[in-house]
Design a protein around this ligand. Structure first.
Ligand SMILES: [Mg+2]
Length: 307
């Protein structure tokens, strides 16, 4: 199909044309197919029809608090036909990154969740650190805190038990220049209903980077590793793949930088005004966050799939 003007409303024949031009559709989850525990109306039908039409569907999320299996259970409960191997969440992708890309031989000091521990164990990596870790003693004790000599990487994801002592231990491990620093994602806030928000994993990654005076390698969107991880397992052609997301700075930027077609849905974080602002800026960095197309909701893909 001919190159479309950036940020076009997707509907009618254009929607059908776009779907005909792709074999794989990659969906972000929150703000796209569900909001919290509420499914976006029509989203399950869209995904089930895409599959019936022979498209491969994948779910890519920066959320590090669930395993692929937990996501597959949630998808099934909400009416989506999905299996764990279609889910690429940062708990799984960061374990794969440490295993396949870094070839890690040793343990991980984990600032993260039980789900992250499970995904590490699935690929044969042991961890220390999950769960609460409260401070005691004074500064000299903190600097001399006992370390596990087998730890070769610090992995930072969402950790509701994040504490000064965890930050300190990360610093002590990372004093060894051969110890790797990996973060699941850099989302700074988790938006909640009613305009409220809580601090996201990006705050924890930033704290560890600041203490260790090192940059983390980040696995989650917009890092291209999320796409590479799917492509490595399923042999995707970027030019025949579509990324659907609600955030310009993660989902759409990932899609653009990996050469995918991109679709913004307005049921989540970013607005059409945000996308148009980037488009009008003329700045190349911001242009990478302009989607090819937008819809008010993924349900707008239904007519193109039902005909
Ligand atoms: Mg989202």
């Amino acid at each position: 199909m001919a190159a479309a003007a950036k940020c076009s409303r997707l509907g009618g024949p254009l929607a059908r044309q776009l779907l005909d031009s792709v074999d794989s559709v990659l969906f972000d989850c929150d703000g796209v197919i569900w909001r919290g525990d509420q499914v976006v109306p029509g989203a399950a039908e869209v995904i089930n029809l895409l599959k019936r039409r022979g498209k491969r569907v994948f779910f890519l999320t920066n959320n590090s608090t669930k395993t692929r299996k937990m996501y597959a259970e949630k998808l099934t409960r909400l009416g989506f036909g999905a299996s764990a191997d279609e889910v690429f969440a940062t708990a799984y992708c960061s374990a794969m990154y440490l295993k396949s890309v870094c070839g890690l031989e040793g343990k991980v000091y984990l600032i993260g969740s039980g789900a992250m521990r499970q995904e590490l164990e699935e690929v044969g990596i042991q961890q220390v650190g999950v769960g609460p870790d409260l401070v005691s003693g004074g500064q000299a004790d903190w600097a001399a805190v006992p370390l596990d000599p087998e730890v070769k990487a610090v992995l930072v994801g969402f950790d509701e038990h994040f504490s000064y002592m965890k930050l300190n231990k990360a610093l002590q491990y990372l004093a060894d220049p051969d110890c790797l620093l990996v973060g699941t994602n850099t989302d700074t806030r988790l938006p909640l209903e009613g305009g409220k928000a809580v601090p996201g994993t990006g705050c924890l990654v930033k704290a560890v980077e600041t203490a260790a005076q090192r940059q983390a390698h980040v696995v989650g969107k917009p890092s291209r590793y999320m796409f590479d991880c799917v492509a490595a397992e399923f042999g995707l052609d970027p030019a025949r793949s579509l990324m659907v997301g609600d955030r310009l700075d993660t989902d759409i930027l990932l899609g653009t930088s990996c050469g995918l077609k991109t679709l913004l849905t307005l049921t989540g974080v970013s607005t059409l005004a945000d996308a148009e602002g980037h488009r009008e800026s003329g700045c190349p960095v911001r242009m990478a966050m302009v989607p090819d197309y937008f819809v008010d909701s993924v349900a707008e893909l239904l007519p193109a799939l039902q005909g």
